[in-house]
Ligand binder design. Structure first.
Ligand code: ADP
Ligand code: ZN
Length: 706
């Protein structure tokens, strides 16, 4: 394990292992098998990369994701490791080269597709090589129950028979129990210890709304994700094109991606997304498998996904780097109808039932009035705190209203018109519209005609949507989307139960702090942009995506800490020796060009730095308090913390008069002699004549930490 820590620090540039990484690595080093369940971005790769580096021989990594292999190999190469891949996208020549390296024991890691691994040629090559371990990535592909079934994966249990004694590690980010069980069965991992992590993605902010408009989407991107990378999912190709064009017209860099595009175009768009900063991909769900881009800052759904599993997987592509990211979804009644129709068109009854129940669960997540994260994790059988503080519901709890009466009207309207009509027609009746069709059917005579004028059209639609989502109403697609009542509707119709619904959200949800750069102080932003540009230039030079050079997280830390030597540079997370020596100097030069006032060379919080910044300008605590809309005492506490950490000196606060300082110090001495150390005693000793905050600053100057 000493070796493992050494590799972690020196090669990867990280200080400590996360969660169970150390235990997993230890197991593999001990020749044990492991089954690893960790969410996306949890840090699965280190679990097999480090043992593969330490153990004799090559680590074989099985993965179905061809698109990813190049990136992974590039990333390892940049770390100074030797890695290669074998897949069908490769020239004969480079295949032979890798095979030779394999036999010569010259590579640490080999990425390979399952079909290639199982080929006779490969099996015999492997017999001649020295193998350190087998890593089976995306292990849920063995499961027929799961969503990415690959039949070759089921043959991977032969590895165990062919190469006994070589440790195997299976990894997946798929949470559900049934899939897990199948992985163990199919890969014969009964003896392996299972390492199960929480599936929570705490850095993802969840937000779901029923306002399905392009304008909302644009507002969301402009407010929170200007010039940042994101994925927008739509259900149809047509919508993909429409949204991509529209966003482009609005001045954003948005590219379409769907199966109908020419392959060349698809590849080019994907490549730009990976290699350039701030590109938005508008895609059908086909996009994203095998996208390992760590700095996707938002995933937006403009249509409902099919299930919670799909929602979790798709939103999971945001924020792999652990920095704040957004999962944003907008849906409407139309989506729900469309999905229901698609399900009913399938002729496999069993499949229909499963799909319906999955959609119902998703709707429950959409319509919930309690924490989204709780709902999501409970769905995957994970217990949680009841409020996460990082979802739309926790941040602005929705208002509910007693909708019993309105729902009775809505249901009754269906009943009175013999369950033969769709939402549009029903709302027309409730609102008392007189169109030809209504008159012809004589529906201006039914008792529900015009009884809903006190409620707007949009609200009626929302009521119907929620009633469908909650199972009070069915949709009959053979009858052109006519709404019918379910058994559950009866007690409600008869007024035996009450029902609370969410209010239509008109107010914009409170803005959350989901900016990745919020970890960055304002004063460091310019430097950050310059470092980003440098990274971009280097990435072009090296022909790799920018994040293969350094992650945003690394650049943010660099901007804050502003190292001035290569050695200091090496202490930043994500900078191992190789990268430090290769790129360090160029980044140091940029930091040097960005001079900064000595006050801001600190590790204090963003809010304290804001206070310092304003104080430097205003030289007046009152003015700072006013501008920051904080209490004066808070401002003083920021200043005293800065004094305590030797970031500023007492003399820097010009308002504190020399006479006061002398008085306070004197009082402090006398109080201390009387055994009273606290600021309160000093304050009282001085008869409350000197501001509490000032006393605290003086006290801080006496016991600075440095
Ligand atoms: P996964 O494969 O589980 O989605 P990755 O292996 O790609 O996740 O890791 C996600 C991110 O976390 C990467 O940027 C990786 O470098 C980083 N990471 C992994 N382990 C650590 C660690 N112990 N300390 C700091 N960063 C880590
Ligand atoms: Zn929450």
């Amino acid at each position: 394990m000493k070796n493992a820590y050494h590799v972690l620090n020196k090669v990867f540039g990280y200080q400590d292992f996360r969660h169970q990484q150390a235990d997993i690595i230890q197991a593999l080093l001990n020749n044990e098998d492991a089954m690893v369940l960790m969410p996306t971005g949890g840090g699965k790769s280190l679990c097999y990369q480090i043992p593969a580096i330490i153990r004799e021989g090559v680590g074989i990594v099985v993965s179905p994701l061809i698109a990813l292999m190049q990136d992974q190999v590039d990333a390892l190469t940049q770390l100074g490791l030797s890695a290669g891949y074998l897949n069908s996208n490769q020239t004969q020549e480079s295949q032979r080269e890798i095979e030779q390296q394999l036999i010569n024991n010259e590579i640490d890691l080999l990425y390979i597709t399952p079909e290639r691994l199982l080929s006779n040629r490969m099996q015999s090559l492997l017999k001649q090589s020295s193998i350190s371990l087998f890593a089976i990535d995306e292990a849920h592909c063995v499961s027929q129950w799961g969503h990415d079934f690959r039949k070759e994966y089921q043959q991977l249990n032969t590895l165990h028979q062919q190469f006994p004694g070589i440790p195997r590690i299976a990894l997946t980010a798929t949470a559900d129990k049934r899939t897990r069980q199948e992985i163990i069965e199919q890969l014969d991992l009964h003896k392996a210890k299972t390492y199960l992590d929480s599936f929570d993605r705490p850095n993802i902010h969840y937000q779901i709304s029923e306002q399905n408009s392009k304008a909302e989407l644009l507002k969301f991107i402009q407010n929170s994700h200007q010039n940042e990378a994101g994925i927008i999912y739509c259900l149809s190709r047509k919508k993909v094109e429409e949204i991509a064009n529209w966003l482009t017209e609005q001045g954003l860099q948005a590219l379409p991606y769907h199966a109908g595009l020419h392959q060349q175009m698809r590849e080019a768009n994907q490549k730009r997304f990976l290699r350039e900063d701030g590109i938005i991909i508008v895609a059908t769900i086909a996009f994203g498998m095998g996208i390992d881009k760590p700095d996707v800052r938002f995933v937006a759904h403009l249509n409902l996904p099919k299930s919670i599993e799909a929602y979790y997987q798709e939103t999971g592509r945001a924020g792999r780097d652990g920095l704040p990211a957004d999962a944003w979804m907008a849906y409407g009644l139309k989506d729900l109808m469309m999905l229901k129709q698609m399900i009913q068109e399938s002729d496999n009854e069993m499949q229909q039932r499963i799909s319906h129940s999955k959609l119902d669960s998703l709707m429950a997540l959409c319509e919930t009035t309690s924490c989204r994260r709780e709902h999501l994790l409970n769905y995957f059988d994970e217990a949680t705190k009841s409020s996460c503080g990082n979802c739309d519901i926790c941040i602005s709890p929705p208002e509910t209203w007693d909708a019993t009466e309105a729902c009775r009207k809505a249901l009754s309207c269906i009943y009175r018109t013999e369950q033969r009509f769709g939402v549009g027609y029903l709302t027309d009746i409730l609102l008392g519209k007189s169109n030809e069709r209504i008159l012809q059917n004589g529906h201006d005579k039914v008792t529900t005609y015009g009884i809903g004028k006190d409620i707007s059209l949009n609200e009626w639609k929302s009521i119907y949507r929620q009633l469908i989502a909650m199972g009070y109403i069915n949709i009959n697609f053979e009858q052109y989307g006519a709404l019918t009542l379910t058994d559950k509707a009866r007690p409600l119709l008869r007024g035996e139960v009450e029902l609370k619904l969410r209010k239509q959200t008109k107010k914009a949800a409170k803005k959350s702090e989901t900016k990745a750069k919020s970890a960055l102080r304002e004063i460091d932003e310019q430097l950050f942009e310059a470092l980003r540009q440098c990274r971009y230039d280097l990435s072009k030079l090296e022909s790799v995506p920018p994040y293969v050079i350094f992650h945003d997280k690394t650049l943010i830390e660099m901007s804050r800490k502003r190292p001035s030597t290569l050695e200091q540079m090496g202490h930043i997370a994500g900078i191992g020796e190789k990268k430090r020596d290769k790129f360090g100097k160029q980044f140091l030069d940029i930091i040097k060009q960005h001079k900064i006032h000595p006050w801001f060379k600190n590790d204090l919080s963003e809010t304290i730095n804001k206070t310092l910044e304003l104080y430097l300008k205003e030289q007046n605590t009152g003015a700072v308090a006013e501008q920051r809309q904080l209490n004066l005492s808070t401002i003083y506490s920021h200043l005293s913390t800065a004094i305590k950490h030797d970031v500023i000196r007492l003399e820097d606060i010009l308002e504190i008069e020399h006479g006061d300082i002398t008085q306070i110090k004197h009082a402090m001495d006398l109080c201390a002699e009387g055994g009273q150390e606290g600021a309160k005693a000093v304050f009282e000793f001085l008869n409350g004549e000197i501001e509490y905050g000032i006393i605290n600053c003086v006290r801080a100057s006496v016991d600075t930490l440095i």
